[in-house]
Design a binder for this molecule. Structure first.
Ligand SMILES: Cc1cc2nc3c(=O)[nH]c(=O)nc-3n(C[C@H](O)[C@H](O)[C@H](O)COP(=O)(O)OP(=O)(O)OC[C@H]3O[C@@H](n4cnc5c(N)ncnc54)[C@H](O)[C@@H]3O)c2cc1C
Length: 319
């Protein structure tokens, strides 16, 4: 009887829930990366599945903080019912590290000025600041909800993203088996913007700073992915002519790939086998260009490409 009651409680537990926490440490890792450590008794139950697991960071309102923020399983519906001035803003981030014994969670924030509430909050964050995380509950059967890294059993891994994807890429790399092979291409604002990353010997990690060349999001990442794919294809016997013909195009011709939902497409990779799995995340138009290139030009099966527009230039997350 006790067992079945415990099982029923586990089944009923929501995969994601709110955790009320405080900032315990702030560390500037690089010119545009700040690590914020959150602490709180409830974090002993925070999900530890890692990889690219996403969470919501709920930000305080001036004067009232979180007084109006609805906890509970259906927090989102309740939040939507609130008048605009009582709705705490929230944004999506990646869990960089979880230490349940210490009841701590780390998130790495990209500094992109004070145009957005999350970036502005992180720039000013200090120990003692209160915040709410909406994250996975380790005790829930759905604790891996929000993980999009599903490479199956493919031979070669291609991870590509901008600075907002760097925390996820770092966590994924740390989880790979020692014999994994592939490349991680990470575009960042400046030459000093590197995170400490432990990757298997067979996975090259390349940081691509934009600053020196004065270029914009995607200008370094798109050609780097193209060059790597062309070399990867050539090494598998593709003729030089065919490889030369691989070019990035940005046309929106009708074709079998479903681009109706152009920001997010994550295939279920559980039964995936074969040559290459690509995980792409970052600014939406750069990532869209990369996905088109991989699927339309390089001929990857769309089930081999996880594609995630993490943010859109000129648009706040909740627009
Ligand atoms: C699954 C997922 C995981 C993510 N993980 C992380 C993470 O670990 N760390 C992280 O820093 N971000 C991460 N992001 C991206 C983050 O959610 C966005 O950058 C978000 O817009 C930041 O909120 P904001 O309040 O600072 O800006 P918003 O209010 O959303 O936007 C304000 C303005 O800033 C612009 N903007 C937003 N982000 C950037 C940027 N990075 N550079 C330049 N301009 C920008 C917008 O286009 C808009 O014009 C993730 C996103 C997703 C979907």
């Amino acid at each position: 009887m006790l067992t079945s009651l415990a099982e029923a409680a586990t089944r009923a537990r929501p995969a994601y829930r709110s955790f009320r926490v405080q900032v315990s440490r702030v560390e500037r890792l690089a010119p545009h990366f700040t690590s914020v450590t959150f602490a709180g008794d409830e974090l002993g139950d925070f999900g530890t599945a890692g990889l690219d697991q996403r969470v919501k960071v709920v930000l305080p309102l001036p004067e009232i903080g979180f007084a109006a923020f609805p906890d509970g399983e259906d927090w989102y519906s309740a939040w939507r019912e609130l008048p605009g001035e009582l709705r705490n803003p929230f944004r999506t981030y990646t869990v960089r590290a979880v230490r349940p014994e210490q009841r701590e969670v780390d998130i790495v924030f990209v500094a992109h000025g004070d145009a957005g509430p999350a970036s502005a909050w992180a720039e000013a964050a200090a120990p003692g600041d209160e915040i709410v995380l909406i994250g996975p509950d380790e005790r829930s059967p759905g604790r891996t909800v929000g993980i999009d890294w599903r490479p199956g059993n493919v031979e070669t891994l291609l991870l590509a993203g901008d600075e907002t994807a760097a925390p996820a890429i770092a966590s994924i790399l740390e989880s790979l088996p020692a014999d994994a092979t592939g490349v991680a291409l990470i575009e960042v604002p400046a030459a000093g913007d590197r995170l400490d990353v432990r990757a298997p010997a067979g996975v090259e990690v390349r940081w691509l700073p934009r600053a020196e060349s004065g270029c914009t999001h995607g200008d370094r990442l798109v050609p780097a992915v193209r060059d790597w794919v062309v070399r990867h294809m050539a090494a598998r016997g593709l003729t030089a002519d065919a490889a030369d013909a691989v070019e990035v195009t940005d046309t929106a011709d009708a074709e079998p790939v479903d681009l109706d939902s152009p920001l997010w497409d994550v295939p279920d990779g559980h039964s995936l086998d074969g040559d290459c799995y690509a995980w792409l995340a970052g600014e939406a138009s750069a990532i869209t260009t990369l996905r088109r290139f991989l699927v339309r030009e390089a001929g990857l099966d769309r089930r081999q490409v996880a594609f995630m527009g993490y943010w859109r230039m000129g648009r706040a997350e909740l627009d």
